[in-house]
Design a protein. Structure first.
Length: 138
């Protein structure tokens, strides 16, 4: 089950059925089924609080993924700061909707084991995000 929640911000417009189908298709590309993925949309301040409390990081970020996956089933909580998504979209010159979809799948890619801490793994993550975004029209 894929669910979408908000904590302290308005829910973005999403076609949840289409997005869910897309996420399942991308997960399958990596050999995974989707168990329970919970997206929590929030503000920058809430994302910062989560980052501080659970990861001991004192900085703003667009996405934080908590992985509870087992074997070949993806399970996790994915916190997304919609304020940072919006500012990142403006910074790179893309639409909010495109950037939101990129971040939604970014969290899923983390659940499949993809990292992004080094320049090499970050480049791989970006390529995988782009490949996944091309599937979105399914």
């Amino acid at each position: 089950m894929i669910t979408f929640h908000t904590e302290d911000i308005e829910m973005p417009a999403l076609d949840e059925r289409k997005v869910g189908k897309w996420i399942r298709a991308v997960a399958a590309d990596y050999g995974f089924a989707v168990g329970n993925i919970h997206y929590i949309f929030c503000s920058d301040e809430r994302e910062l609080a989560v980052n501080r409390e659970f990861l001991r990081h004192d900085y703003y970020t667009d996405v934080i993924t908590f992985d509870y996956s087992t074997a070949q089933t993806l399970n996790g909580d994915i916190f997304i700061s919609l304020e940072t998504v919006r500012s990142n979209a403006e910074m790179v010159g893309t639409s909010f909707d495109h950037e939101l979809m990129r971040i939604l799948i970014h969290g899923v890619l983390h659940l499949t084991g993809q990292g992004d801490k080094t320049p090499e793994t970050k480049a791989e993550m970006t390529a995988k995000e782009e490949k996944a975004l091309k599937k979105l029209s399914i």
